[in-house]
Design a protein around this ligand. Structure first.
Ligand SMILES: [Zn+2]
Length: 177
């Protein structure tokens, strides 16, 4: 199922726009994670363009049903530094534990030639990571690259809540004030 998800990942926005092929629709029918991504994308699109009207009605119905009104938006905060707390020097690899009371995720940032690699492990596999850059997923491990830590905000999307993680630059900043 994991491999299937990564295979369809790039097509989920098109699906939200109503251009899903039969293969993608079949996958959405059996995959709550990808359906949740599509439903969220439809909501984002609809805010701007009224996509609820143009998306296929069965897809919209399914998307809405998978998108409970009760899903909460939470803002993650820094809970703790990881063991490799070299965070004072922004050139060095560091770890930080972020989250809220219910869910936390340990995030590691590591310098790369063109920026930073941001890595972590989702609490369990119902969580999906959405970042501004493409996210590589391997089991519960995720990784994405950014040019600066200011670009490193990401969402941890679960079935009942969406934890919005601020950019690591802000999380580090908190410590120096
Ligand atoms: Zn999937």
């Amino acid at each position: 199922m994991k491999d299937a998800c990564s295979k369809y990942r790039s097509q989920l926005i098109e699906a939200a726009e109503g251009n899903a092929g039969p293969e993608v629709l079949a996958h959405l029918a059996e995959c709550p994670k990808c359906s949740a991504i599509v439903s969220r994308t439809i909501q984002i699109l609809s805010a701007a363009k009224g996509f609820w009207e143009s998306a296929p009605s069965d897809l919209v119905t399914r998307a809405k049903s998978l998108m409970p009104e009760t899903r909460r938006y939470l803002t993650g905060r820094r809970l703790d530094w990881g063991q490799v707390a070299g965070a004072r020097g922004p050139q060095e690899e560091f770890q930080v534990l972020v989250g809220d009371e219910d869910v936390s995720v340990r995030v590691m940032a590591s310098p790369r030639p063109n920026g930073w690699a941001v890595m972590g492990r989702v609490p369990d596999e119902q969580w999906v990571v959405e970042a501004q850059s493409p996210v590589t997923v391997d089991g519960s491990l995720f990784e994405f690259e950014v040019q600066t830590l200011a670009d490193s905000a990401f969402d941890l999307v679960g079935l009942e809540s969406i934890l919005q993680i601020p950019p690591l630059s802000e999380l580090i900043d908190n410590d120096t004030k």
